[in-house]
Design a protein around this ligand. Sequence first.
Ligand code: ZN
Length: 346
Amino acid sequence: MTPVPPIAAERLPELLRRMPKAELHIHIEGSLEPELIFEMARRNRVALPYASVEELRRAYAFTNLQSFLDIYYAGASVLITERDFHDMAWAYLQKARADNVLHAEIFFDPQTHTARGVAMETVLNGLHQACVRAQADLGLSASLILCFLRHLSEAEAFETLEAALPLRDKFIGVGLDSSEVGHPPEKFARVFARCRELGLHLVAHAGEEGPPAYVWTALDLLKVERIDHGVQSTKDAQLMRRLAQDRIPLTVCPLSNLKLCVFPALGQHNLRELLDAGLVATVNSDDPAYFGGYLNDNFTQTFAATGLSAQQAWQLAANSFEASFIGADAKRRYRDQLDAAFAAFA
Ligand SMILES: [Zn+2]
């Protein structure tokens, strides 16, 4: 670990904004801002159940995962063409670059779109074009992770995988998202086994609202390399030891946890506990348009509420690169950039 000299509390937000970082838990459909939803609805002639951008913003006052998901799927209904998928991802990637994100691994939910008659190629080509453009125009590397909606069936997940395989070069892995409780990881054990044979990276949401048992089965039955959220793991000491020993990263999303009432207040978030236990915890934005902030907002608000230090800022950024699916050379390069940014700041 690179030791970081103490930095005055009032300079910490600037350090958090400036430090290079990776984002590993962002649902691209969750980056869709009300303004862009209305613009796409207009150009695609989709009728929205909201009269104005302001009314849609007001509807974002949801209280749990399910009430959020209901609005989330309504917002995604405006995405029809390749250009729409490109524009959505491009809007996110520009914001990420402004937050000094150097690398992003982006979730997308093809079933949300194919169920509406949008072709898999339309979704993947549009998103992929934005990733290619981000590397060329922003110097930001970005790759895509296909997520299965866990409230749907195993058979539907297999169909989705089949539809995506002709475009295998455009995504690096698969994940599992949507309503967690009642849909344990083991429901998708065979799908993940197939994805593993195909050489895809494997991640899954587990232990967000669901119990530590879901984290265990994500690890042991799905054989995932990263756990998305995983904050309920602190309830199980044996699981915490496993996560630390095997260096299984957790992609933690503090503002999402706050908005979905996983924690009653940001000051009560367990990020510090995860770091103190030696876990490879990272900070991410999840669905930034809906949860009140992009990556730097997650960092600055969480640090302000919990009193984490500059050393922990460095650790979280270093963890984000370690936890990413990039090669060892790229990891070393990003880590050097991180150390240089801290040295320049001190
Ligand atoms: Zn998520």
